[in-house]
Design a protein around this ligand. Sequence first.
Ligand code: MN
Ligand code: MN
Length: 316
Amino acid sequence: MSDPFFKPVSGFDLPRFAGVPTFMRLPHVSLEAAKIKDVDIGIIGVPWDSGTTNRPGPRHGPRQLRDASTMIRAQHPVSGIRPYEKINCADLGDVSINPADIEDSMNRITSFYKKVIEKGIKPLTAGGDHLTSLPVLRAIADKGPLGMIHFDSHTDLFHSYFDGTMFTHGTPFRRAVEENLLDPKRVIQIGIRGTQYDREDLDFADSVGIRVVKIEEFFDRGIEDVMAEAREIVGERETYISYDIDFIDPAFAPGTGTPEVGGPNSYEALRVVRELNGVKIVGADMVEVSPPFDLSSNTAFLGVSVMFELLCQMVD
Ligand code: MN
Ligand code: MN
């Protein structure tokens, strides 16, 4: 018999600054390894920012997130959940992308995730810019459109950029709705704010029934009330969680390409994920962490702290 549970390296045994960094200090298990059949949740890096229209850098996200994740211990501070004693979690490495070719990269990502899904592994992704979510959804939504709870300061619902470019980090969920990967009536976007180009993205949301919770409503109603609505909108069926680090106020998460002021603090950033109890999560991502703009590395630390919250919800 193989090990029932893959254990992360504890700071009691090896100092956190030592050793080869993997996500959460878990074992690295490649898709070709024999042990891959025992993995339940795979944490995957997608070092890719070819969809970025503004300040780049998320291609460096997975490496920085791995390093910061050595700070994350094995037990949840509130629920007491010890995810690594319930199911097998592993670092599946990075998708081998092609930084010079967007379509080729999307195909590589989708085929990697198809293998992950075929093995019965639930993916937790460390991006990468937000275009990453589209090729991931192409692999995960294989049995029909998914619901989605999306934390972001932007809708990422634009039709196109630069006179007809369809695949950017501002368009992934427009494409996902068009490709029937998402059921728009089971999609909620939370945290939307900032100056706008126009109303094109919001008009699209209205036209297909996507629920948009702008930051004013989020703070006026409070986290518990908004998240209760989010749970109701996605219901009991399969749901994807997409978490753009720019959902969080740039005072707490400055290391991102398209920051918007007036957002949630780091406590609120964790708290929204704790309200996902009962959601049937088939995959989740943390995107848009940009190490070149993260001079303190606190953005990456907050990013992996949110990833641990997501992991605990995926286990539960
Ligand atoms: Mn986004
Ligand atoms: Mn954003």
